[in-house]
Design a protein around this ligand. Structure first.
Ligand code: SF4
Ligand code: ZN
Ligand code: ZN
Length: 319
């Protein structure tokens, strides 16, 4: 029997990049420790603060909900979970009940905001419209831009002072690589454990940024959490290619993902210096902050013949 390097119990996981074996208890403790260390190091949560958490119902966001619920209880902070229901048949309609069930079991305030109510169309409908109108844009472009916008607005209306997302190390390194490949300096320099305060935006925090995806998954599994395991039917393209490439790299050269992250952190101040700065203003159509005349969400909606319908998201009918 392989034994845990730290306590001698049966090992459940080989942390190859560190050359150690961990049992279930030590793995759970280690993930919780990294979560707390990230919060402390980057002063992510202020005492008695109000944190909004983006929760999809998948393993990462459910694990983060449990970690944050415990943390907030100890630190006297408030936690509110927000699910954006994009309207993806066979996927989101299964993960939303899981998110709700976890929130209820933890006594966490829970809110659902849907694409359908906000924009008058589900993502499935937008994908059909995009095909008809030959926009050439993939579902993730619509989904990502509009979800970010709704999350920010919902967190602001809920008076949260931070918006936590469950990005893990794999997500962060994939985003770094994607922005390299696309040569997108302005998005690249915005990546980080926290997102600096900007008028109209609730500052984002990523407490799981230094935990490998498989360790978050094991944390959820070994803690017996109820999570939704489905995969989005639209997941494809360059994101999955970069993910597969990074996984192969990590298998052949353990610690590569951490090294990419560390290198990016060293480069970040230099990247910020050469990144053009934009003045922010209110979108002419929806009033959200943007660097152009109309925000990216409204631009995409316009291309589909749609528009933002709800000025206010948080009302009894969408919770
Ligand atoms: Fe949205 Fe794309 Fe993620 Fe599916 S894979 S939830 S479409 S961003
Ligand atoms: Zn152990
Ligand atoms: Zn707009």
């Amino acid at each position: 029997m392989l034994k845990c390097t730290f306590c001698g119990r049966r090992a459940a996981y080989h942390r190859r990049y560190a050359g150690v074996l961990l049992c279930d208890r030590c793995l759970i403790k280690s993930v919780a420790k990294r979560f707390r260390r990230a919060i402390a190091e980057h002063q992510m949560i202020s005492p008695r603060g109000r944190v909004a958490l983006a929760v999809s119902g998948g393993k990462d966001s459910i694990a983060l909900m449990h970690l944050l619920a415990e943390y907030c209880k100890q630190k006297n902070c408030e936690l509110v979970a927000i699910t954006i229901d994009e309207g993806i048949k066979g996927y989101r309609n299964r993960s939303v009940p899981m998110a709700r069930e976890n929130a209820e079991s933890l006594g966490v305030e829970y809110v659902v905001v849907s694409f359908k109510l906000a924009f008058g169309a589900t993502l499935d409908q937008m994908v059909k419209l995009a095909k008809l109108k030959k926009t050439g844009l993939n579902p993730c472009t619509y989904c990502g831009v509009m979800r970010r916008s709704l999350l920010n607005q919902a967190a602001r209306e809920l008076e949260a002072d931070k918006l936590a997302t469950a990005h893990n190390l794999d997500d962060e390194v994939q985003a770094i690589m994607l922005n390299y490949v696309r040569a997108d300096l302005s998005r690249l320099h915005r990546l980080g454990p926290t997102y600096p305060p900007q008028k109209g935006f609730v500052p984002r925090i990523k407490p799981l940024r230094e935990v490998l995806e498989k360790e978050v998954a094991l944390y959820a599994l070994l803690s017996g959490l109820k999570v939704h395991l489905g995969v989005c039917p639209y997941a494809s393209g360059i994101h999955t290619e970069i993910r597969d490439f990074l996984n192969e790299l990590e298998t052949n050269h353990p610690n590569s993902k951490f090294m990419i992250l560390r290198m990016f952190e060293r480069l970040k101040p230099h990247i910020a210096r050469v990144t053009p700065k934009f003045e922010m203003r209110r979108c002419e159509l929806c009033g959200e902050q943007t660097s152009a005349d109309i925000c990216k969400s409204c631009e995409l909606l316009k291309g589909l013949g749609l528009k933002r319908l709800q000025k206010t998201l948080i009302s009894p009918k969408c919770s």
